[in-house]
Design a protein around this ligand. Structure first.
Ligand code: F6P
Length: 359
C-alpha cells in the first residue's frame, strides 16, 4: 500500500475535515502518500487531485465544511456530459479507473452517505479497492450505530430549542422547529429529548394533528401557556397528503407553503386558533465546527479506514458498533434507510416522559 485517494461526497457535514486530517496523519505514520480528490466524484472523473500532506491538513480539525469540496450531483456512471450540444448522462467510470492508474493510487477512501457510498460500491464491482466512511447529519445510514456529524447537528437543534423556549414562554405561543431528516427522525428525536420539546414528530410515525392540538390544550389547562414542537422535515400527517404531492400538482405556492413546519403552524392556527410561529433550522445544522464527540468519532473513522487499507480489507465500510469501530461489507450500508425503530429506547423514554409523538 503506497498511495491512497480520499474524497468527500454528498452534502457537507461537521467532521469531514476531521476525517481527512485523521487519514492524512495516520497514513503519514505508515509512510503512505495521500491524494485528495476535489469536488467528490467529479474530481475522480476529471483527474482533479491535490496532495494531502501533513501541512495541507494542519489546523483543519475544528473547521466545518470540507477542504476537498463536495457535490451532490456527479455520478461517474451517469455523468452529465455535453454531446453535440446536448446534455446527456454518460458512463465515465472508466475515466476514474484510468485516472487512478495514472496516479498510482492503490485504494479509494470514500467519505459519504447513501448516495456516494452507492457509487463507491459500483466501483468495488469494477475492481477498485474501496473503503467507505459513514457520513450524514441525518444518521440514517445502515450498518453503523452512528454517522459522524449527527451529534453536532443535534447540538445545534437543541440550542435552537432552548432559545425558542424562552421566547415561546414570553409570548404564550406554540413554536414549531423544523429540523433536517428527510426519511428518518433521528435529529428530531434526539434534539427533542435534549431540548425538552413537548411534541416530537418524525417520519416514522405519521402524526394526528388533533392529538397534537389536544396535548397543547392539556398543557395550557395545567398553566403551561406555550408549547414547543420539533418536526423532522420528512414528518407527515396521518392519512394526509404529503406536502410534496400538493406541490407537484401545483396546488400550492412552494414559497408561501414552506415545508412541513409551515404546514403544522398553518394548520394549528387555522383549525385550532393557536398562535404559532415556525422556524426552519435548515443548513445551520450542516455548517460549523464539529463538537467534541464528532471530532473523536471522525478521527477514529479516519484512522480505522487507513488501518483497514493497510491490512488489505476492501469493499467495506468502517462503522461504529457499540464502542468499537468495526468493518462491515459496504453493501450492507447502502440502498436502505436506517429508520428510528418504533421500539427505540429513546423513543420509548420520550413516551414515558409524556412527550407527544402524534400517534
Ligand atoms: O445531508 C442530508 C440532508 O441534511 C437532508 O436532511 C436534507 O434534506 C438535505 O441534506 C438537504 O441537502 P441540500 O440542500 O444540500 O440538497
Amino acid at each position: 500500500m503506497r498511495k491512497l485517494a480520499v474524497l468527500t461526497g454528498g452534502g457537507d457535514c461537521p467532521g469531514l475535515n476531521a476525517v481527512i486530517r485523521a487519514i492524512a496523519k495516520s497514513a503519514q505514520g505508515y509512510g503512505i502518500e495521500v491524494l485528495g480528490i476535489r469536488d467528490g466524484f467529479r474530481g475522480a472523473v476529471e483527474g482533479d487531485f491535490v496532495p494531502l500532506a501533513l501541512k495541507d491538513v494542519s489546523g483543519i480539525l475544528p473547521r466545518g465544511g470540507t477542504i476537498l469540496g463536495t457535490t451532490n450531483r456527479d455520478n461517474p456512471f451517469a455523468y452529465q456530459t455535453k454531446l453535440n450540444g446536448v446534455n446527456q448522462a454518460v458512463d465515465r467510470s472508466d475515466n476514474v479507473i484510468r485516472n487512478f492508474k495514472k496516479q498510482g493510487i492503490d485504494a479509494l477512501l470514500a467519505i459519504g452517505g447513501d448516495g456516494s457510498l452507492n457509487i463507491a460500491l459500483k466501483f468495488v464491482h469494477k475492481g477498485l479497492k474501496v473503503i467507505g466512511i459513514p457520513k450524514t447529519i441525518d444518521n440514517d445510514l445502515m450498518a453503523t450505530d452512528q454517522t459522524f456529524g449527527f451529534q453536532t447537528a443535534v447540538d445545534t437543534a437543541q440550542e435552537a430549542l432552548d432559545r425558542l423556549h424562552t421566547t415561546a414562554e414570553s409570548h404564550h405561543r406554540v413554536m414549531v422547529l423544523e429540523v433536517m431528516g428527510r426519511y428518518a427522525g433521528w435529529i428530531a428525536l434526539y434534539a427533542g429529548v435534549a431540548g425538552g420539546a413537548d411534541v416530537i414528530l418524525i417520519p416514522e410515525i405519521p402524526y394526528n394533528l388533533n392529538r397534537v392540538a389536544l396535548s397543547i390544550q392539556k398543557r395550557a389547562k395545567q398553566g403551561k401557556k406555550f408549547s414547543i414542537i420539533v418536526a423532522a422535515e420528512g414528518a407527515k400527517p396521518l392519512g394526509g397528503e404529503m406536502v410534496v404531492e400538493r406541490l407537484m400538482e401545483g396546488r400550492v405556492d412552494p414559497i408561501k407553503l414552506g415545508g412541513i413546519g409551515a404546514k403544522i403552524g398553518h394548520d394549528l392556527e387555522e383549525h385550532y386558533g393557536m398562535e404559532t410561529r415556525v422556524t426552519v433550522l435548515g443548513h445551520l445544522q450542516r455548517g460549523g465546527s464539529p463538537n467534541a464527540y464528532d471530532r473523536v468519532l471522525s478521527t477514529r473513522y479516519g484512522a480505522a479506514a487507513v488501518d483497514a487499507a493497510l491490512e488489505g480489507e476492501f469493499g467495506i465500510m468502517v462503522a461504529l458498533q457499540g464502542r468499537e469501530i468495526v468493518r462491515v461489507p459496504l453493501q450492507e450500508a447502502v440502498n436502505q434507510i436506517k429508520l428510528v425503530p418504533l421500539n427505540d429506547p429513546l423513543l420509548l423514554a420520550a413516551r414515558t416522559l409524556g412527550m407527544e409523538l402524534g400517534d
